[in-house]
Design a protein around this ligand. Structure first.
Ligand code: MG
Length: 463
């Protein structure tokens, strides 16, 4: 039973006591606060908000609450129904709406849902706006408009086909080249909206599609996070069917992972690396990912003259900000999130698929051969649980000063880039834990580095 309020939205489990879960009352409170923020940003303007949702079971219930509340606050609604996160973002841009709400708990299991809040550019609210929504949600003193001023639903449409057409129209997407290759592709979309959208995109690209878990019933066939331990079925099908590759997306289709022809994972971290390699071949420019993402992106960027890599704090909103600052041509997050600003500043698995297949169509190699062209890194993700009285900030400051002779980045926790490997220590905002991410040239080395820092932190705690 959980309700997590953060600047990027509100996320919680369905049912139970209000204020402690994502109950109808909580949905109404946060939707009202969001509508007030957008109205305050646009004084005197008639506001239009796009609403979309993934296929999870509570989606229709939450959608009704969100839509009804927006109408009650005097806001007009464009409801795109079952739609991906990137599709809903594109609908905001395409319809020149004033904002958007995506109803999805992303990779979280079936009992979860969430509201992701967008601005008029179809991007996540920034820190200040997110905080404003959180504080407005605690206020009860606000008058809803009277009968002549309530909103109306101005459009109900399926936006997915439009989004696919927008992706296929990108200059770096070569539909004909991909069609010629007649790729055989297995798709696992964990029975959410990706099960409709990804096969439709692939068929436009002339692929033979083998769909598993592609009925958008919201009954997730496995834990929806696209990690190897959740993806044993697709590995098997890719191998037995002799497919060229497998494609896995999360329930709201902003994370993308590939399976190689031998059934092994291409590894989520390398989705962005491969797409970036393709984009940089054609467009000179910079790249961005977050501090916890693989060094492989920085290495691949360095292969291209005049191109440089920059790291952002974890979180899509931070990555987008850094991409704008550095004029990046491609960026994203190591968890399979590809952001291609040519279309929009949001993680978009459809863009990732179309760019990747164009790239792959131009290479005469298998997925596993392609994987070998990239520097091999192995990541280890750990956490250390502390007692609540321990001052996590102090621990991080101690580590930072101890390693001040190394390359240290402290924009988000402490990241230390050693010559051969790196460690990233981050504190959680909700629990007394430190996350310890390491990456090295072998798994054993990554795990040893993590162990070293875990014992160092335990030592500091004792001091
Ligand atoms: Mg997601």
């Amino acid at each position: 039973m959980t309700l997590i309020k953060s600047i990027s939205g509100i996320r919680g489990t369905i049912g139970g006591a209000q204020g402690k879960n994502l109950t109808p009352i909580d949905v109404v409170k946060f939707t009202t606060a969001y509508a007030r923020l957008i109205k305050d940003k646009n004084p005197g303007k008639r506001i239009t908000i796009v609403v979309g949702r993934d296929a999870r079971i509570s989606g229709s219930m939450v959608d009704s609450l969100v839509e009804g509340t927006l109408l009650g606050t005097g806001v007009d609604v464009i409801n795109v129904g079952m739609c991906t996160t990137p599709g809903t973002e594109m609908a905001v841009i395409t319809h020149k709406a004033d904002g958007g709400i995506i109803i999805t708990a992303s990779h979280n299991p079936r009992q979860w849902n969430a509201l992701k809040l967008l601005n008029e550019r179809g991007e996540f609210l920034d820190d200040a706006e997110g905080k404003q929504v959180l504080s407005m949600a605690e206020e009860s003193e606000w008058d809803y408009p009277t009968i002549d001023n309530i909103g109306k639903v101005i459009l109900r449409e399926d936006f997915n086909a439009t989004h696919i057409a927008q992706v296929l129209a990108l200059e770096l997407v070569d539909v004909e080249a991909v069609r010629k290759r007649k790729f055989k592709v297995v798709v696992d979309a964990v029975n959410s909206i990706g099960g409709v959208v990804i096969p439709a995109l692939l068929r436009e690209l002339g692929c033979e599609v083998i769909a598993i878990n592609c009925d958008p019933t919201g009954e997730f066939a496995h834990n929806p996070e696209p990690l190897p331990e959740n993806l044993t079925d697709i590995s098997e099908v890719v191998r037995t069917e002799g497919a060229d590759l497998g494609i896995v997306v999360d329930p709201d289709v902003d994370r993308l992972a590939f399976v190689m022809e031998n059934g092994e994972m291409f590894v989520e971290e390398y989705t962005l690396v491969a797409v970036a390699d393709y984009v940089l071949r054609h467009t000179k420019g910079n790249t961005v990912s977050n501090l916890s993402s693989s060094r492989a992106l920085s290495d691949v960027t360095a292969r291209y003259e005049g191109c440089s890599y920059a790291a952002a704090a974890v979180g899509e909103v931070n990555v987008v900000k850094k991409m704008k600052e550095t004029g990046a041509v491609i960026g994203g997050e190591g968890n399979g999130g590809v952001i291609y600003p040519e279309l929009h500043y949001g993680r978009d698995a459809l863009v990732g698929v179309a760019l990747f297949l164009t790239y792959f169509a131009g290479l005469d190699m298998t997925m596993s051969e392609l994987r070998k062209t990239f520097p091999a890194y192995y990541a280890s993700k750990n956490k250390i649980e502390l007692t609540p009285e321990i001052d996590v900030d102090k621990i991080l400051a101690t580590i930072k000063s101890r390693y001040s002779g190394e390359r240290v980045n402290d924009i988000d926790g402490v990241k230390i880039d050693f010559e051969e490997n790196w460690v990233h220590l981050r504190k959680s905002n909700t629990e007394p834990i430190i996350r310890i991410y390491t990456e090295a040239k072998t798994m054993a080395e990554a795990e040893a580095l993590a162990k070293r820092f875990i014992s160092e932190i335990e030592q500091i705690c004792k001091e």
